[in-house]
Design a binder for this molecule. Structure first.
Ligand code: IPD
Ligand code: CA
Ligand code: CA
Length: 287
C-alpha cells in the first residue's frame, strides 16, 4: 500500500473523510440494530468459530456504497469483500462492518462498526459506532477524539497493579501454541483484571475513553484495529508493537494503552512464563 508519491491533503479533507466515515458507520449500525435477534443465516468462514451473518454482509454493502460513491479514487480493504482497488493506493479504507460477530450471532450485545482510513499505511481517520449503546467514537490525526461529539481522554492509571486491561483470542487459538493464553494468565495475576469483550474495536475505544487502561492482542487484522488506533492516539494514548517499537499492521499484534503503563505492560508481556505453553504442548502429545 506504499506509494512513492507523498499524498497531499488538508485538515478540511480529514474533516470530510471523518464525516463520510460517520455517515457510513451510522447507516451500517442502524442496519445491524434492525437485524438484532432476527439473524437467520450464521455460517463459518473456514476457521472454526469464525462466523459471518447476513448482518455482516448487509452492513458492509451499505458502507461500500457510501465510500465508493464519495471517495471513488480510494482503495478499500473490507473484511467480507477483501481488497478493492490497487494495493499501492496511498489511501485505503479498512472496514469491519460488524466487529464482534460471535457476540452478535449469540445475541450478546457487544458489537460495533469500525471504519478507518489508512494514508500510506498510517491510521489517520477512525470512526467506531456501537449501535447497542448508541456510542459514536470519532477521531482524525490532529483533530482530537470524541464520544458522541464530546472530547475524550485516556485514563490516568499509572501502574500495572492498579490497572484494568482487556485482550482477545484470535480464531486460530486452537491451532497455535502462540494463542495468548500464557499472557492472559500472567497479566491476570499482575493487574486488577483482564477482560475479553469479543470486539477488538470496542477494546480500543474503551482504552481511548478511559474505561480500560490497556489492550493487547495478536492475530488481528487491519480492519479490526485501524479506526480504534486513531481514536486511542488522539485521546492521548500510545499504540505500538508489543516491544514498544512502531506498530506494523501486517503483524496482527498490537499494544494500546493510556501511555502511563505502556512500558510496564510491554515488559510484562515479554516476561510471560512459558510454563503454560509447555504444559499445553505436553498435553497435546498425550491426546
Ligand atoms: C474479532 C473480534 C475479536 C478478536 C478477533 C477478531 P470479528 O472480529 O475483534 O475481539 O479477538 O481476533 O477477529 O470476527 O468479530 O469481526
Ligand atoms: Ca473484527
Ligand atoms: Ca467482522
Amino acid at each position: 500500500m506504499t506509494s512513492a508519491q507523498k499524498p497531499v491533503f488538508s485538515p478540511s479533507d480529514l474533516q470530510t473523510w471523518l464525516e463520510i466515515a460517520t455517515e457510513a458507520a451510522l447507516a451500517a449500525g442502524a442496519e445491524i440494530f434492525s437485524l438484532w435477534g432476527k439473524v437467520q443465516q450464521i455460517q463459518e468462514k473456514g476457521r472454526a468459530g469464525d462466523l459471518v451473518t447476513e448482518a455482516d454482509r448487509q452492513a458492509e454493502a451499505i458502507i461500500l456504497e457510501i465510500i465508493k460513491r464519495r471517495c471513488p479514487d480510494h482503495a478499500i480493504l473490507a473484511e467480507e469483500s477483501g481488497q478493492l482497488g490497487q494495493v499501492d493506493n496511498p489511501f485505503c479504507w479498512a472496514i469491519d462492518p460488524l466487529d464482534g460477530t460471535t457476540n452478535f450471532a449469540h445475541s450478546y450485545p457487544v458489537s460495533c462498526v469500525s471504519i478507518g482510513l489508512l494514508i500510506q499505511d498510517i491510521p489517520t481517520v477512525g470512526v467506531v459506532y456501537n449501535p447497542f449503546r448508541q456510542e459514536l467514537f470519532r477521531a482524525a490525526t490532529s483533530l482530537g477524539a470524541t464520544l458522541n461529539r464530546r472530547p475524550i481522554q485516556v485514563s490516568t492509571t499509572a501502574s500495572l497493579d492498579k490497572s484494568l486491561l482487556v485482550t482477545g483470542f484470535a480464531y486460530d487459538r486452537v491451532k497455535t501454541l502462540d494463542n495468548n493464553y500464557p499472557e492472559f494468565c500472567h497479566l491476570t495475576h499482575l493487574t486488577q483484571g483482564v477482560r475479553r469483550s469479543g470486539s477488538a474495536a470496542i477494546d480500543l475505544i474503551d482504552v481511548a475513553c478511559g474505561r480500560l487502561d490497556g489492550y493487547w492482542e495478536r492475530g488481528i487484522n487491519p480492519w479490526d484495529m485501524a479506526a480504534g488506533i486513531v481514536i486511542v492516539r488522539e485521546a492521548g494514548g500510545i499504540v505500538s508493537a508489543y516491544d514498544c517499537s512502531p506498530l506494523d499492521l501486517s503483524t496482527g499484534r498490537i499494544l494500546a494503552t493510556n501511555g502511563k503503563i505502556h512500558q510496564e505492560l510491554s515488559q510484562a508481556l515479554a516476561a510471560t512464563p512459558q510454563w503454560f505453553q509447555q504444559y499445553a504442548a505436553a498435553r497435546a502429545q498425550k491426546i
